[in-house]
Write a new protein. Sequence first.
Length: 467
Amino acid sequence: MGFIILGAAVGLTAIVGLIGWRWARAASDLRRGLEELRRNARSQFVRGGPGGSIGRLVETYNLAATEIEARISRLERDRQQLLVVLEAMAEAVIAVDARHRLLFANAGAHRLFGLHPSSVGRMVPELIRSPRVQEAVEATLRLRGSQSYRSELQMTGRDSSIRGPGPTSERHLAVRGTPLPGHPPSGAVLVFHDVTDLRRLERMRQDFVANASHELKTPLASIKAYTETLLDWALHDDSVNVRFLERIDEQAERLNQLILDLLSLARLESGQGVFDHQPIDLSPVLESCIESHRDRASAKNLQLSFDVSGLPDGTLVVADEEAIRQVADNLIDNAIKYTHEQGSVHVRCTLESDEVIIEVTDTGIGIPREDLPRIFERFYRVDKARSRELGGTGLGLSIVKHIVLSIGGSIDVSSRPGTGSRFTITLPPFRPPSIASPPSGSNHPNSSTETESRGPGETHAKLTQSS
Ligand code: ADP
Protein backbone atom coordinates (compact mmCIF):
# COMPACT_ATOMS: atom_id res chain seq x y z
CA MET A 1 0.00 0.00 0.00
CA GLY A 2 2.81 2.28 1.09
CA PHE A 3 4.51 1.57 -2.24
CA ILE A 4 1.38 2.50 -4.16
CA ILE A 5 1.06 5.85 -2.37
CA LEU A 6 4.76 6.55 -2.86
CA GLY A 7 4.49 5.64 -6.55
CA ALA A 8 1.45 7.95 -6.99
CA ALA A 9 3.24 10.80 -5.21
CA VAL A 10 6.35 10.39 -7.41
CA GLY A 11 4.15 10.24 -10.56
CA LEU A 12 2.25 13.40 -9.55
CA THR A 13 5.48 15.20 -8.80
CA ALA A 14 6.84 14.16 -12.20
CA ILE A 15 3.67 15.40 -13.98
CA VAL A 16 3.70 18.70 -12.10
CA GLY A 17 7.42 19.03 -12.84
CA LEU A 18 6.82 18.35 -16.54
CA ILE A 19 4.00 20.87 -16.71
CA GLY A 20 6.13 23.40 -14.83
CA TRP A 21 9.05 22.78 -17.19
CA ARG A 22 6.81 23.25 -20.26
CA TRP A 23 5.35 26.48 -18.78
CA ALA A 24 8.81 27.76 -18.02
CA ARG A 25 9.95 26.91 -21.58
CA ALA A 26 6.86 28.61 -23.05
CA ALA A 27 7.46 31.69 -20.84
CA SER A 28 11.12 31.84 -21.87
CA ASP A 29 10.19 31.43 -25.60
CA LEU A 30 7.62 34.20 -25.20
CA ARG A 31 10.19 36.46 -23.54
CA ARG A 32 12.71 35.77 -26.38
CA GLY A 33 9.99 36.38 -28.99
CA LEU A 34 9.01 39.70 -27.41
CA GLU A 35 12.66 40.72 -27.13
CA GLU A 36 13.21 39.96 -30.87
CA LEU A 37 10.08 41.95 -31.74
CA ARG A 38 11.25 44.91 -29.66
CA ARG A 39 14.81 44.90 -31.00
CA ASN A 40 14.45 43.95 -34.66
CA ALA A 41 10.73 44.37 -35.36
CA ARG A 42 10.71 40.68 -36.39
CA SER A 43 8.30 38.09 -35.02
CA GLN A 44 9.59 34.74 -33.77
CA PHE A 45 7.18 31.85 -33.82
CA VAL A 46 6.75 30.30 -30.33
CA ARG A 47 5.96 26.58 -30.23
CA GLY A 48 2.60 25.69 -28.79
CA GLY A 49 2.92 25.58 -25.03
CA PRO A 50 0.83 23.57 -22.71
CA GLY A 51 -2.91 23.82 -23.13
CA GLY A 52 -4.99 26.14 -20.98
CA SER A 53 -4.35 29.80 -20.44
CA ILE A 54 -0.58 29.68 -21.23
CA GLY A 55 -1.33 27.85 -24.46
CA ARG A 56 -3.86 30.53 -25.44
CA LEU A 57 -1.36 33.26 -24.50
CA VAL A 58 1.23 31.66 -26.82
CA GLU A 59 -1.37 31.49 -29.62
CA THR A 60 -2.39 35.15 -29.13
CA TYR A 61 1.29 36.13 -29.03
CA ASN A 62 2.01 34.30 -32.33
CA LEU A 63 -0.92 36.06 -34.06
CA ALA A 64 -0.12 39.52 -32.65
CA ALA A 65 3.60 39.21 -33.41
CA THR A 66 2.97 38.28 -37.07
CA GLU A 67 0.56 41.20 -37.46
CA ILE A 68 2.92 43.67 -35.78
CA GLU A 69 5.79 42.54 -38.00
CA ALA A 70 3.66 42.99 -41.14
CA ARG A 71 2.52 46.44 -39.98
CA ILE A 72 6.06 47.54 -39.17
CA SER A 73 7.37 46.38 -42.54
CA ARG A 74 4.47 48.24 -44.26
CA LEU A 75 5.38 51.40 -42.32
CA GLU A 76 9.05 50.96 -43.19
CA ARG A 77 8.18 50.53 -46.89
CA ASP A 78 6.05 53.71 -46.79
CA ARG A 79 8.87 55.56 -45.04
CA GLN A 80 11.38 54.45 -47.70
CA GLN A 81 8.99 55.53 -50.47
CA LEU A 82 8.56 58.93 -48.82
CA LEU A 83 12.33 59.29 -48.55
CA VAL A 84 12.78 58.45 -52.24
CA VAL A 85 10.15 61.07 -53.13
CA LEU A 86 11.83 63.69 -50.93
CA GLU A 87 15.28 62.87 -52.29
CA ALA A 88 14.05 63.01 -55.88
CA MET A 89 12.55 66.48 -55.42
CA ALA A 90 14.35 69.32 -57.18
CA GLU A 91 13.25 71.57 -54.32
CA ALA A 92 15.21 71.80 -51.08
CA VAL A 93 13.23 70.44 -48.10
CA ILE A 94 14.24 70.88 -44.45
CA ALA A 95 12.42 69.97 -41.26
CA VAL A 96 13.32 71.67 -37.97
CA ASP A 97 12.09 71.15 -34.43
CA ALA A 98 10.65 73.88 -32.19
CA ARG A 99 14.17 74.62 -30.90
CA HIS A 100 15.48 75.22 -34.42
CA ARG A 101 17.38 71.93 -34.58
CA LEU A 102 17.60 70.25 -37.99
CA LEU A 103 15.49 67.08 -38.13
CA PHE A 104 15.78 66.33 -41.83
CA ALA A 105 17.30 67.72 -45.03
CA ASN A 106 16.86 66.18 -48.49
CA ALA A 107 19.44 66.07 -51.28
CA GLY A 108 18.13 69.38 -52.70
CA ALA A 109 18.80 71.05 -49.32
CA HIS A 110 22.27 69.48 -49.19
CA ARG A 111 23.01 71.03 -52.59
CA LEU A 112 21.47 74.43 -51.90
CA PHE A 113 22.76 75.04 -48.38
CA GLY A 114 25.87 72.84 -48.40
CA LEU A 115 24.41 70.50 -45.74
CA HIS A 116 25.31 66.83 -45.25
CA PRO A 117 23.80 63.89 -43.37
CA SER A 118 25.78 64.76 -40.23
CA SER A 119 24.06 68.19 -40.13
CA VAL A 120 20.96 66.52 -38.65
CA GLY A 121 20.64 67.45 -34.97
CA ARG A 122 22.61 70.70 -35.30
CA MET A 123 21.16 74.22 -34.96
CA VAL A 124 19.77 75.59 -38.23
CA PRO A 125 21.07 79.18 -37.70
CA GLU A 126 24.60 77.71 -37.50
CA LEU A 127 24.11 75.60 -40.62
CA ILE A 128 22.34 78.14 -42.85
CA ARG A 129 23.71 81.59 -42.21
CA SER A 130 20.91 83.53 -43.81
CA PRO A 131 18.71 85.85 -41.70
CA ARG A 132 15.94 85.45 -44.30
CA VAL A 133 15.86 81.67 -43.78
CA GLN A 134 15.72 82.17 -39.98
CA GLU A 135 12.84 84.60 -40.48
CA ALA A 136 11.01 81.97 -42.52
CA VAL A 137 11.57 79.29 -39.83
CA GLU A 138 10.40 81.59 -37.02
CA ALA A 139 7.36 82.80 -38.94
CA THR A 140 6.35 79.18 -39.67
CA LEU A 141 6.76 78.17 -36.01
CA ARG A 142 4.38 80.98 -35.04
CA LEU A 143 1.62 79.62 -37.31
CA ARG A 144 -1.39 77.65 -36.13
CA GLY A 145 -3.27 74.70 -37.61
CA SER A 146 -3.49 74.53 -41.38
CA GLN A 147 -1.91 77.93 -42.04
CA SER A 148 1.21 78.08 -44.19
CA TYR A 149 3.96 80.63 -44.71
CA ARG A 150 4.90 81.86 -48.21
CA SER A 151 7.57 84.25 -49.25
CA GLU A 152 10.29 84.85 -51.80
CA LEU A 153 13.79 85.48 -50.62
CA GLN A 154 17.04 86.49 -52.23
CA MET A 155 20.28 84.85 -51.24
CA THR A 156 23.75 85.86 -52.29
CA GLY A 157 26.43 83.35 -53.29
CA ARG A 158 27.75 83.53 -49.72
CA ASP A 159 24.45 82.32 -48.20
CA SER A 160 23.98 79.31 -50.45
CA SER A 161 26.39 76.68 -51.68
CA ILE A 162 25.13 76.94 -55.27
CA ARG A 163 27.23 79.26 -57.36
CA GLY A 164 25.73 81.31 -60.18
CA PRO A 165 27.65 82.96 -63.00
CA GLY A 166 29.48 85.35 -60.63
CA PRO A 167 30.77 85.05 -57.06
CA THR A 168 28.21 87.53 -55.74
CA SER A 169 25.38 86.17 -57.86
CA GLU A 170 21.96 86.23 -56.32
CA ARG A 171 19.55 83.33 -56.05
CA HIS A 172 15.82 83.85 -55.80
CA LEU A 173 14.06 81.26 -53.67
CA ALA A 174 10.32 80.84 -53.27
CA VAL A 175 9.79 79.39 -49.79
CA ARG A 176 6.77 77.67 -48.29
CA GLY A 177 6.68 76.80 -44.60
CA THR A 178 4.22 74.40 -42.94
CA PRO A 179 4.07 73.91 -39.15
CA LEU A 180 4.31 70.37 -37.75
CA PRO A 181 1.34 69.24 -35.59
CA GLY A 182 1.04 70.61 -32.05
CA HIS A 183 0.06 73.76 -30.14
CA PRO A 184 2.49 75.43 -30.40
CA PRO A 185 3.86 73.52 -33.45
CA SER A 186 6.44 70.84 -32.64
CA GLY A 187 8.51 72.02 -35.60
CA ALA A 188 8.31 73.23 -39.19
CA VAL A 189 8.86 71.92 -42.70
CA LEU A 190 10.25 74.39 -45.23
CA VAL A 191 10.34 73.85 -48.98
CA PHE A 192 12.64 76.09 -51.05
CA HIS A 193 12.05 76.33 -54.78
CA ASP A 194 14.84 77.96 -56.81
CA VAL A 195 13.11 80.48 -59.11
CA THR A 196 16.28 82.32 -60.19
CA ASP A 197 15.98 81.23 -63.84
CA LEU A 198 12.28 82.05 -63.89
CA ARG A 199 12.91 85.56 -62.57
CA ARG A 200 15.80 86.02 -65.03
CA LEU A 201 13.55 84.98 -67.93
CA GLU A 202 10.81 87.33 -66.70
CA ARG A 203 13.31 90.18 -66.56
CA MET A 204 14.59 89.28 -70.03
CA ARG A 205 11.03 89.29 -71.37
CA GLN A 206 10.30 92.67 -69.77
CA ASP A 207 13.59 94.10 -71.11
CA PHE A 208 12.81 92.68 -74.53
CA VAL A 209 9.33 94.24 -74.63
CA ALA A 210 10.73 97.57 -73.39
CA ASN A 211 13.60 97.48 -75.93
CA ALA A 212 11.42 96.38 -78.83
CA SER A 213 8.83 99.09 -78.05
CA HIS A 214 11.56 101.69 -77.85
CA GLU A 215 13.15 100.54 -81.12
CA LEU A 216 9.77 100.63 -82.88
CA LYS A 217 8.84 104.00 -81.39
CA THR A 218 11.99 105.82 -82.54
CA PRO A 219 11.51 105.45 -86.33
CA LEU A 220 7.75 105.88 -85.95
CA ALA A 221 8.26 109.19 -84.11
CA SER A 222 10.56 110.37 -86.94
CA ILE A 223 8.05 109.36 -89.60
CA LYS A 224 5.30 111.19 -87.75
CA ALA A 225 7.37 114.34 -87.25
CA TYR A 226 8.43 114.56 -90.93
CA THR A 227 4.89 113.85 -92.13
CA GLU A 228 3.42 116.54 -89.86
CA THR A 229 6.04 119.05 -91.03
CA LEU A 230 5.26 118.23 -94.64
CA LEU A 231 1.53 118.63 -94.04
CA ASP A 232 2.04 121.88 -92.09
CA TRP A 233 4.21 123.78 -94.48
CA ALA A 234 6.98 121.81 -96.14
CA LEU A 235 5.03 119.93 -98.81
CA HIS A 236 5.36 122.69 -101.42
CA ASP A 237 8.79 123.89 -100.31
CA ASP A 238 11.05 122.35 -102.94
CA SER A 239 14.17 122.98 -100.87
CA VAL A 240 13.17 120.46 -98.22
CA ASN A 241 10.23 118.27 -99.30
CA VAL A 242 12.24 115.62 -101.18
CA ARG A 243 14.77 115.36 -98.33
CA PHE A 244 11.97 114.91 -95.80
CA LEU A 245 10.34 112.23 -97.94
CA GLU A 246 13.69 110.43 -98.18
CA ARG A 247 13.97 110.50 -94.38
CA ILE A 248 10.49 109.01 -94.10
CA ASP A 249 11.49 106.31 -96.57
CA GLU A 250 14.69 105.57 -94.58
CA GLN A 251 12.80 105.28 -91.29
CA ALA A 252 10.11 103.09 -92.87
CA GLU A 253 12.88 100.82 -94.18
CA ARG A 254 14.39 100.67 -90.67
CA LEU A 255 11.01 99.70 -89.24
CA ASN A 256 10.65 97.06 -91.92
CA GLN A 257 14.11 95.63 -91.18
CA LEU A 258 13.41 95.64 -87.45
CA ILE A 259 10.13 93.77 -87.87
CA LEU A 260 11.76 91.23 -90.22
CA ASP A 261 14.57 90.64 -87.68
CA LEU A 262 12.08 90.35 -84.80
CA LEU A 263 10.01 87.80 -86.73
CA SER A 264 13.12 85.87 -87.69
CA LEU A 265 14.34 85.78 -84.09
CA ALA A 266 10.91 84.82 -82.75
CA ARG A 267 10.72 81.90 -85.21
CA LEU A 268 14.25 80.76 -84.36
CA GLU A 269 13.60 80.93 -80.62
CA SER A 270 10.25 79.19 -80.81
CA GLY A 271 11.95 76.19 -82.42
CA GLN A 272 9.56 76.18 -85.38
CA GLY A 273 11.09 74.38 -88.35
CA VAL A 274 12.41 77.51 -90.05
CA PHE A 275 15.17 75.82 -92.00
CA ASP A 276 15.71 72.57 -93.81
CA HIS A 277 19.29 71.54 -93.01
CA GLN A 278 20.89 69.44 -95.72
CA PRO A 279 24.51 68.69 -96.67
CA ILE A 280 25.75 71.71 -98.67
CA ASP A 281 28.95 73.11 -100.14
CA LEU A 282 29.73 76.45 -98.42
CA SER A 283 31.92 78.03 -101.14
CA PRO A 284 29.22 79.08 -103.65
CA VAL A 285 26.90 80.31 -100.88
CA LEU A 286 29.60 82.45 -99.27
CA GLU A 287 30.80 83.71 -102.62
CA SER A 288 27.35 84.93 -103.63
CA CYS A 289 26.97 86.66 -100.23
CA ILE A 290 30.25 88.46 -100.74
CA GLU A 291 29.25 89.59 -104.23
CA SER A 292 26.01 91.03 -102.89
CA HIS A 293 28.07 93.26 -100.53
CA ARG A 294 30.67 94.29 -103.09
CA ASP A 295 28.99 97.59 -104.05
CA ARG A 296 28.69 98.74 -100.44
CA ALA A 297 32.33 97.85 -99.79
CA SER A 298 33.45 99.75 -102.92
CA ALA A 299 31.38 102.78 -101.90
CA LYS A 300 33.49 102.90 -98.71
CA ASN A 301 36.72 102.12 -100.51
CA LEU A 302 37.04 98.89 -98.58
CA GLN A 303 38.96 95.93 -99.81
CA LEU A 304 36.65 92.89 -99.68
CA SER A 305 38.40 89.54 -100.21
CA PHE A 306 37.47 85.86 -100.06
CA ASP A 307 39.67 82.79 -99.66
CA VAL A 308 38.47 79.18 -99.80
CA SER A 309 41.82 77.61 -100.71
CA GLY A 310 41.95 75.83 -97.35
CA LEU A 311 38.62 74.07 -97.88
CA PRO A 312 39.16 70.73 -99.70
CA ASP A 313 36.81 70.06 -102.61
CA GLY A 314 33.80 68.05 -101.59
CA THR A 315 33.74 69.30 -97.97
CA LEU A 316 30.14 69.66 -96.92
CA VAL A 317 28.32 70.88 -93.82
CA VAL A 318 24.74 70.13 -92.76
CA ALA A 319 22.98 73.47 -92.92
CA ASP A 320 20.21 75.27 -94.72
CA GLU A 321 21.57 77.52 -97.50
CA GLU A 322 19.36 80.40 -96.33
CA ALA A 323 20.65 79.98 -92.76
CA ILE A 324 24.29 80.24 -93.92
CA ARG A 325 23.37 83.23 -96.06
CA GLN A 326 21.79 85.02 -93.05
CA VAL A 327 24.84 84.29 -90.88
CA ALA A 328 27.36 85.45 -93.49
CA ASP A 329 25.23 88.48 -94.48
CA ASN A 330 25.03 89.70 -90.88
CA LEU A 331 28.75 89.26 -90.23
CA ILE A 332 29.89 90.82 -93.52
CA ASP A 333 27.35 93.64 -93.15
CA ASN A 334 28.68 94.43 -89.66
CA ALA A 335 32.30 94.21 -90.81
CA ILE A 336 31.58 96.76 -93.57
CA LYS A 337 29.45 98.92 -91.26
CA TYR A 338 32.02 99.14 -88.47
CA THR A 339 35.15 99.57 -90.62
CA HIS A 340 36.35 103.01 -91.70
CA GLU A 341 37.05 103.92 -95.33
CA GLN A 342 40.20 102.38 -96.86
CA GLY A 343 40.01 99.43 -94.48
CA SER A 344 39.59 95.79 -95.38
CA VAL A 345 37.22 92.90 -94.79
CA HIS A 346 38.43 89.36 -95.38
CA VAL A 347 36.33 86.19 -95.45
CA ARG A 348 38.12 82.85 -95.19
CA CYS A 349 36.80 79.30 -95.14
CA THR A 350 39.03 76.36 -94.20
CA LEU A 351 39.02 72.81 -92.87
CA GLU A 352 41.20 72.59 -89.75
CA SER A 353 41.43 69.71 -87.27
CA ASP A 354 38.33 68.15 -88.78
CA GLU A 355 36.30 71.32 -88.33
CA VAL A 356 34.98 73.70 -90.96
CA ILE A 357 35.91 77.27 -90.07
CA ILE A 358 34.43 80.46 -91.47
CA GLU A 359 36.25 83.63 -90.49
CA VAL A 360 35.16 87.21 -91.10
CA THR A 361 37.99 89.60 -90.24
CA ASP A 362 37.90 93.38 -90.47
CA THR A 363 40.23 96.27 -89.73
CA GLY A 364 37.41 98.27 -88.16
CA ILE A 365 36.71 100.06 -84.90
CA GLY A 366 36.88 96.88 -82.79
CA ILE A 367 34.86 96.01 -79.70
CA PRO A 368 35.87 96.94 -76.12
CA ARG A 369 36.68 94.03 -73.83
CA GLU A 370 33.73 94.65 -71.47
CA ASP A 371 31.21 94.57 -74.33
CA LEU A 372 32.45 91.39 -75.99
CA PRO A 373 30.49 88.86 -73.90
CA ARG A 374 27.26 90.83 -74.45
CA ILE A 375 27.22 91.60 -78.17
CA PHE A 376 25.17 88.45 -78.93
CA GLU A 377 22.34 89.63 -76.66
CA ARG A 378 19.23 91.00 -78.29
CA PHE A 379 19.43 94.80 -78.82
CA TYR A 380 22.88 95.04 -77.25
CA ARG A 381 25.05 97.59 -79.02
CA VAL A 382 28.40 99.04 -78.07
CA ASP A 383 27.31 102.43 -79.35
CA LYS A 384 23.55 102.71 -79.75
CA ALA A 385 23.57 105.99 -81.62
CA ARG A 386 26.22 104.83 -84.11
CA SER A 387 24.47 101.51 -84.73
CA ARG A 388 21.12 103.23 -85.38
CA GLU A 389 22.73 105.81 -87.61
CA LEU A 390 24.23 102.96 -89.64
CA GLY A 391 20.84 101.25 -89.91
CA GLY A 392 21.51 98.50 -87.32
CA THR A 393 18.70 96.84 -85.42
CA GLY A 394 20.85 95.34 -82.65
CA LEU A 395 19.46 91.89 -83.51
CA GLY A 396 21.89 90.68 -86.19
CA LEU A 397 24.37 88.87 -83.93
CA SER A 398 21.56 87.42 -81.86
CA ILE A 399 20.15 85.83 -85.03
CA VAL A 400 23.64 84.63 -86.01
CA LYS A 401 24.09 83.02 -82.58
CA HIS A 402 20.80 81.14 -82.77
CA ILE A 403 21.44 79.82 -86.26
CA VAL A 404 25.02 78.72 -85.58
CA LEU A 405 24.15 76.94 -82.34
CA SER A 406 21.12 75.28 -83.95
CA ILE A 407 23.36 73.60 -86.53
CA GLY A 408 25.73 72.31 -83.87
CA GLY A 409 28.41 74.96 -84.36
CA SER A 410 30.05 77.56 -82.16
CA ILE A 411 30.92 81.20 -82.65
CA ASP A 412 33.96 82.96 -81.44
CA VAL A 413 34.95 86.63 -81.51
CA SER A 414 38.27 88.27 -80.81
CA SER A 415 38.76 91.98 -81.06
CA ARG A 416 41.06 94.86 -80.28
CA PRO A 417 39.56 98.36 -80.18
CA GLY A 418 40.93 100.54 -82.98
CA THR A 419 42.49 97.57 -84.78
CA GLY A 420 39.65 95.29 -85.82
CA SER A 421 37.56 92.22 -85.07
CA ARG A 422 37.45 88.61 -86.12
CA PHE A 423 34.31 86.47 -85.95
CA THR A 424 35.02 82.74 -86.27
CA ILE A 425 32.33 80.15 -86.85
CA THR A 426 33.18 76.50 -86.36
CA LEU A 427 30.93 73.85 -87.90
CA PRO A 428 31.17 70.06 -87.91
CA PRO A 429 31.77 68.71 -91.43
CA PHE A 430 29.12 66.41 -92.89
CA ARG A 431 29.80 62.70 -92.41
CA PRO A 432 27.89 59.96 -94.20
CA PRO A 433 25.04 58.63 -92.00
CA SER A 434 26.94 55.51 -90.88
CA ILE A 435 29.64 57.62 -89.18
CA ALA A 436 27.97 60.94 -88.53
CA SER A 437 25.82 61.69 -85.58
CA PRO A 438 22.82 63.73 -86.76
CA PRO A 439 22.87 67.48 -86.16
CA SER A 440 20.97 68.51 -83.05
CA GLY A 441 18.55 70.59 -85.14
CA SER A 442 17.44 72.28 -81.95
CA ASN A 443 16.34 75.84 -82.49
CA HIS A 444 16.28 76.64 -78.82
CA PRO A 445 19.82 76.22 -77.61
CA ASN A 446 21.23 77.06 -74.25
CA SER A 447 24.49 78.74 -74.79
CA SER A 448 27.44 79.61 -72.66
CA THR A 449 30.05 82.32 -73.15
CA GLU A 450 33.73 82.09 -72.21
CA THR A 451 35.90 85.20 -72.26
CA GLU A 452 39.69 85.33 -72.22
CA SER A 453 42.46 87.87 -72.82
CA ARG A 454 44.82 87.25 -75.73
CA GLY A 455 47.80 89.51 -75.76
CA PRO A 456 47.76 93.26 -75.16
CA GLY A 457 44.38 94.83 -75.82
CA GLU A 458 42.85 91.80 -77.53
CA THR A 459 39.91 90.00 -75.98
CA HIS A 460 38.16 86.89 -77.07
CA ALA A 461 34.67 85.52 -76.39
CA LYS A 462 33.34 82.12 -77.42
CA LEU A 463 29.71 80.98 -77.54
CA THR A 464 28.95 77.30 -77.49
CA GLN A 465 25.87 75.26 -76.88
CA SER A 466 25.61 73.93 -73.34
CA SER A 467 23.19 71.33 -72.15
P1 ADP B 1 23.67 96.03 -85.09
O1 ADP B 1 22.44 95.94 -85.90
O2 ADP B 1 23.66 97.14 -84.11
O3 ADP B 1 24.91 95.96 -85.89
P2 ADP B 1 24.38 93.39 -84.13
O4 ADP B 1 23.61 92.48 -83.29
O5 ADP B 1 24.71 92.94 -85.51
O6 ADP B 1 23.58 94.74 -84.14
O7 ADP B 1 25.72 93.75 -83.40
C1 ADP B 1 25.67 94.15 -82.04
C2 ADP B 1 26.75 95.17 -81.75
O8 ADP B 1 28.04 94.56 -81.82
C3 ADP B 1 26.81 96.30 -82.74
O9 ADP B 1 25.92 97.34 -82.39
C4 ADP B 1 28.26 96.75 -82.61
O10 ADP B 1 28.39 97.62 -81.52
C5 ADP B 1 29.00 95.47 -82.29
N1 ADP B 1 29.62 94.87 -83.52
C6 ADP B 1 29.15 93.85 -84.24
N2 ADP B 1 29.99 93.53 -85.24
C7 ADP B 1 31.03 94.39 -85.13
C8 ADP B 1 32.24 94.59 -85.88
N3 ADP B 1 32.57 93.83 -86.93
N4 ADP B 1 33.07 95.58 -85.48
C9 ADP B 1 32.78 96.33 -84.40
N5 ADP B 1 31.66 96.21 -83.66
C10 ADP B 1 30.78 95.25 -84.02
